[in-house]
Ligand binder design. Sequence first.
Ligand code: SF4
Ligand code: SF4
Length: 275
Amino acid sequence: MASKVYLIRASRDEGEDVISEKARALFRAGGFSDCFKENDLTAVKVHVGEDGNTTYITAPCIKGLAEELLALNTKPFVTDTTTLYVGRRHNAVDHAILAAEHGFGLEGLGIPWIPPDGLSGSSAEAVEINGEINKEVFIAHSISRCQSILSVAHFTGHVASGLGATLKTIGMGCASKHGKMAQHAALTLEIGDDCTSCGLCREYCPADAITLDEVRAHIDQDKCIGCGECMAMCRSGAVRCNWGQETEVMQKSMAEHAFGALKGKEDRAAFFNFV
Ligand code: SF4
Ligand code: SF4
């Protein structure tokens, strides 16, 4: 059965407080409280933005939603996974600091920030789905284990995944680094000139796919399983994806990861998209 969709007109010009109250009004009008039960560990999946980037849904805009979950006596936590690419969301520590700076946490929202995929994005649960592309998908552990999800997404365009909103937020955004790499399976990882040959990636590579010479590391593409550990561990940002080769396969794989992230929570999830 198709999901019910509720719309409300809102504009950034109205201010964050008004947007927050409109989101709260939608939550109530749509009967979304039925998705959440007392004592649920509820993941509030967000994107905390980047330095100097304004294209994300700010924390004050979702304060009303956080308050609604608290009023239902759930145990909500605000959360997002680490990224494959190097930046302030690449590991849990930098990500948590960025989240706090942008008001995502106890101080700003009255609910804690919890990193769902461990320190470096490898804390995951394998979820069996028997999909067309994936037999199992790797979902961030705390998202897989929570009882309900409230997703907050904004529309974005991406050369490989098309228009992304909830589907991308759940499919890519709830996957561990291994899960993200599986979605980017058409890609190969490359090691750039900034490699210092420190060997950390080789230490953590589960497939023994990395060799070192005196100048740099090298990845054996035949052995690589795309887990993303080397990218997560490299302190020099030397491990990179070739982002240009994503295909239709990636979009199907993303949908399968969304299916896996929501498995068992089909009636326990609410999705808020900001256009
Ligand atoms: S961890 Fe990074 S810098 Fe160190 S060897 Fe691997 S790719 Fe090179
Ligand atoms: S992605 Fe995983 S398997 Fe491939 S080289 Fe990096 S650590 Fe090794």
